[in-house]
Each structure stands twice: as structure tokens, then as C-alpha cells.
Ligand binder design. Structure first.
Ligand code: NAD
Length: 488
């Protein structure tokens, strides 16, 4: 085994946290640095027994935790917000080490992740209710109560933010959480768990409201938990294929589900758009995390009059990226999560080029000494609408560009996908913008903006991109059930 290269100062605990207690299990799996390929450390896998113990403890503490005063839950989230920001440099370094995104992006992720803690610290105090007279004259009271023990499964592309986006509303609503991070990136959340424990201790709140269950056998863990009716909620962020399996698994216990799944975002540039702004937006929407975001622009529809100019300007912007070690300040293009992913993207591109489904307009040359986990930014032109490079979620720095003449034809093509997470459009015409807002089938639409995620707004998709919303006023409702009282 190669030497472990992550220092204990960075991540102290590398075993599951079961109901607030660090457990010791024998099975361990490796976590690698996507840039160097080195072994960062081994993490102990949560066993089926750990999962059951975590759920039993969650079930036991749920009634009392669910009845804590909202201001206590709010104080917990405010304290966690502060601790997360105080530890932002350490957390950002861990994100970069295990995920490979450049340090500046990792710092931005920590700030974004902390934003959910702050937003839901306030939402905890604003859980709505209703009181009214029924048409027949009696009283009707409507309360919202915590849904119960919640399993939160997160992906590797935002190791911290995808967790706080779930933990913050879950705690705000009064739920106990069991978090299953991706086996590729479990270290960030294990380090953050230390802050959760510190926040709970400082407020004299029970440690058993949190469990962290890293595992390299996610299916076994989720099967064990989803067959136990004491689990009342599953919130999953990840691929549509795994999400669909989990929905089926959750059906027998009729658990509440929230699903943040894959996307295939169109990015539309109309002929009246400010092309420089569109290029800036495209870089933000496409190139963050080297294209590995669910909201990444996946297909570009550009009006034929401006397509060449848009691609020319975009190529200049791609030329300005600095590829290299993501821990070095100034790096703006890091590796993909592993070399297999770079290989998958290579196959997708060569298939499109060889079948004549696309032409290579631009390829950024990268230093040949960079590791195999790097994928070169590319622009593909004259792309056919039904090519795999358009219908698949690319999850890498490839930009397929199609042209259109008529905006209605463009909207039809943009909607011709099973996905519906987000759509981006650039236009200076109010009427075209409204036509796009009304016509695009997506849970989120960005007009003249390349960044849409915001803790204060409802994030989520329609169609195969998911169910439920995270963030905004809507985010807490996914963690609450409704109780109606009729009172004569
Ligand atoms: P993934 O579906 O492979 O894994 C996500 C999580 O599910 C991981 O923790 C993984 O260990 C776990 N998992 C895998 N198989 C499982 C099973 N059979 N049972 C239970 N858990 C299982 O996704 P990924 O590769 O980690 O992340 C990339 C995907 O996530 C992309 O499709 C991306 O679009 C999506 N994503 C969506 C959002 C969103 O908000 N909509 C955000 C980020 C990522």
C-alpha cells in the first residue's frame, strides 16, 4: 500500500460517526487524490450494524429533537455556519485534495455550503401554519411537523454543499440525519462532522441527531436502511439511474423522497444577445469543476447569425484557463474525478467525430505531463441534435454547439430530452426572454446569467431530473409533514 498522504491535522476521524459517536469498523476503502493519483487515506466503511444502530438512535431521539424550540435549532445552524466559515480554508483544502477542483472553486463551495446553514437558521423560525374557520363553521388548524429520520445520500462533485443543502433544512425542521457521502469524497464531510459535534456540544444538544455513514457498498447500506420503516425520508443527489433505483427501494416503506438527479442543460444564445456576457455566462455554466456539475450547460443552441463569433470568443476564454495542480493558487482548470471519467469523455467525443455527428472547432492543448485525469476543453460545431454528445450528460469540459434560426424550433429542441433541471438563455429581447421562460421545460431558467444556484432560491428539476426542491422557502417543506386538526 502506498503511504497515506493526508495529514491528521486536516482530517482527524476516518471512521463512521454513529449517532454522534466515532465507531471503529474493520473494513476500509481507499480515497485517492484525483490530481496525483496518490492514496489520501483509508476510510472505514459503515457496516449494516452501524446503519441499524444509527437508525435506532435516530428513531429514539426523534420525538424529543422534533419538539425542541425552533430557536434552538436555529442556534445550532447559526453556530455551524460560523464554524464552517472559520474552518473554510481547511475544508476547501480537503475538497480540493479529494475532488480535484481548484482551490478557489473549493473556497467558493464552502461559502455556498455555509449559505444554506445561514438561510435555514432563519427558516427554522418561519415554519408556516394555518388556522381558519371551515365553511361549516368549525375550526381547522394546520401544523407542519418533522418528517422523521432522514437518510441523505450525496455525490462527489460538491462534497460539502450537497450535504449542507440537505442537513440544514432537515435540522431546521427538527429531523435526525444519517448522511451517506460518496465513497470518492468522504473526507470533507467527516471533517465537517467534527464541527457539527462541536456545535452540538457548545449548545448542549444531543450528539445522536447526526450519523455519517461512509461506505464503498452504498447499495447494501441503502437496502438495509430502506427496508426499515423507521426511516421516513430519503433525500438523494446523484445520477438519474441510481435515483430511480432508490425510488423503487423506498416504495415499500412509503418513505418521503427528494431526488436531485442528472441534467442536460441547454444554453441558448439568441442573435440579439450580448456575446461577451454570453461567453462569460457560458464559462461559468460550463467550466466550473471542469464541467462536472449537474447544472453544467450540456448543449449549446446558438442563433446561426452569431454562432461563429460566439465560438470564436468562447475559444479565447478557454485559452485563458490555467490547467494544473488544483492546490496551486491561480489554477483554473483541474482534473476530472478520475482517469476513467476522462477516458469516458474521450470515447464520447471520438464517437461524435468519427460518425460525423460533430466537427472539432477548437481543442485546448494541455501539457502532456498532466495526469490522465485531465480532459481538454473542446468546442464541437455542426453537432447533430440526436448525437450521444448531446443526449448524454457529458460531465466534462466539452461544448457541443448547434445552430438554429427560429426561436420556437430552438425551444422544441431544447425540450427534447428526458431531463429538466435547468436551462440558460441569453437575449436582449424581453419578449424572446418571456417566450423562453414560458416554453422551456426545466425546474430552473437563467436569463442572461451563467450561475443559478443560490441558497435563498428553490433548486431542483422536473422530468427525469428529480422531485422536490432544496433551498429557498420551499426547501424546508421537503422535510415536513402536514397535520390537520379539525376542532368543533
Ligand atoms: P451516483 O448516482 O453514482 O452516486 C451518488 C451517491 O449515491 C453516492 O453517494 C453513491 O455512493 C451513492 N450510490 C451509488 N449507487 C447507489 C445505490 N445502488 N444505492 C444507494 N446509493 C448509491 O452519482 P455521482 O457520480 O456521485 O454524481 C454525479 C451525478 O450526480 C450526475 O448525474 C449529476 O448530475 C448528479 N448531481 C445532481 C445534482 C442536482 O442537484 N440535481 C447535484 C450534483 C450532482
Amino acid at each position: 500500500m502506498s503511504p497515506v498522504s493526508v495529514s491528521p491535522d486536516l482530517v482527524k476521524n476516518t471512521s463512521p460517526l454513529v449517532a454522534g459517536v466515532w465507531s471503529t469498523t474493520s473494513q476500509a476503502f481507499d480515497v485517492h487524490n484525483p490530481f496525483t493519483g496518490e492514496l489520501l487515506t483509508q476510510v472505514h466503511s459503515a457496516s449494516g450494524l452501524d446503519a441499524r444502530d444509527a437508525l435506532s438512535a435516530a428513531h429514539a431521539i426523534s420525538p424529543s429533537w422534533g419538539h425542541t424550540a425552533p430557536e434552538q435549532r436555529s442556534a445550532l445552524l447559526s453556530t455551524l455556519h460560523q464554524l464552517t466559515l472559520e474552518n473554510s480554508e481547511r475544508l476547501a483544502r480537503i475538497i480540493t485534495l479529494e475532488n480535484g477542483k481548484p482551490l478557489t472553486e473549493a473556497r467558493a463551495e464552502v461559502e455556498y455550503a455555509a449559505g444554506y446553514l445561514s438561510w435555514f437558521a432563519h427558516e427554522a423560525l418561519r415554519i408556516p401554519g394555518d388556522a381558519r374557520r371551515a365553511p361549516g363553521g368549525h375550526r381547522q388548524l394546520v401544523f407542519h411537523e418533522p418528517v422523521g429520520p432522514s437518510l441523505l445520500i450525496t455525490p462527489w462533485n460538491f462534497p460539502l454543499a450537497m450535504a449542507t443543502r440537505k442537513v440544514a433544512p432537515a435540522f431546521a425542521a427538527g429531523n435526525v440525519v444519517l448522511i451517506k457521502p460518496s465513497s470518492a469524497t468522504p473526507l470533507t464531510i467527516l471533517a465537517w462532522a467534527e464541527l457539527v459535534i462541536a456545535a452540538l456540544d457548545s449548545l448542549d444538544l444531543p450528539r445522536s441527531i447526526v450519523s455519517i455513514l461512509p461506505s464503498d457498498n452504498a447499495a447494501a447500506l441503502s437496502t438495509a436502511l430502506l427496508s426499515d420503516a423507521r426511516l421516513r425520508k430519503l433525500s438523494f443527489t446523484g445520477s438519474t439511474s441510481v435515483g430511480a433505483k432508490l425510488l423503487a427501494q423506498a416504495a415499500p416503506i412509503v418513505a418521503r423522497t427528494s431526488m436531485e438527479l442528472g441534467g442536460n442543460a441547454p444554453f441558448i444564445v439568441h442573435d440579439d444577445a450580448d456575446l461577451d456576457a454570453a461567453v462569460t455566462g457560458a464559462m461559468a455554466a460550463k467550466m466550473r469543476a471542469s464541467g462536472q456539475t449537474c447544472v453544467a450547460a450540456n448543449r449549446f443552441y446558438v442563433h446561426h447569425e452569431v454562432a461563429h463569433e460566439f465560438m470564436r470568443k468562447l475559444a479565447i476564454a478557454l485559452d485563458s484557463l490555467t490547467a494544473g495542480d488544483p492546490l496551486i493558487e491561480g489554477t483554473t482548470l483541474g482534473p476530472l474525478i478520475n482517469a476513467n471519467e476522462a477516458q469516458r469523455i474521450e470515447s464520447l467525443v471520438s464517437q461524435a467525430l468519427h460518425t460525423g455527428d460533430a466537427h472539432l472547432f477548437y481543442e485546448r492543448s494541455l501539457n502532456p505531463n498532466l495526469p490522465a485525469s485531465f480532459s481538454p476543453p473542446r468546442i464541437l460545431s455542426r453537432v447533430k441534435h440526436h448525437a450521444s454528445i448531446v443526449t448524454d450528460e457529458i460531465f466534462g469540459p466539452v461544448i457541443p454547439v448547434m445552430t438554429y434560426t427560429d426561436i420556437n424550433e430552438c425551444i422544441t429542441q431544447a425540450n427534447d430530452t428526458p431531463y429538466g433541471l435547468v436551462a440558460y438563455a441569453y437575449t436582449n429581447s424581453q419578449s424572446i426572454a418571456w417566450r423562453l421562460v414560458d416554453g422551456l421545460e426545466a425546474g430552473m431558467v437563467a436569463i442572461n446569467r451563467g450561475v443559478i444556484s443560490d441558497p435563498t432560491a428553490p433548486f431542483g428539476g422536473i422530468k427525469s431530473s428529480g422531485l422536490g426542491r432544496e433551498g429557498g422557502h420551499e426547501g424546508i417543506m421537503d422535510y415536513l409533514t402536514t397535520k390537520y386538526v379539525a376542532w368543533q
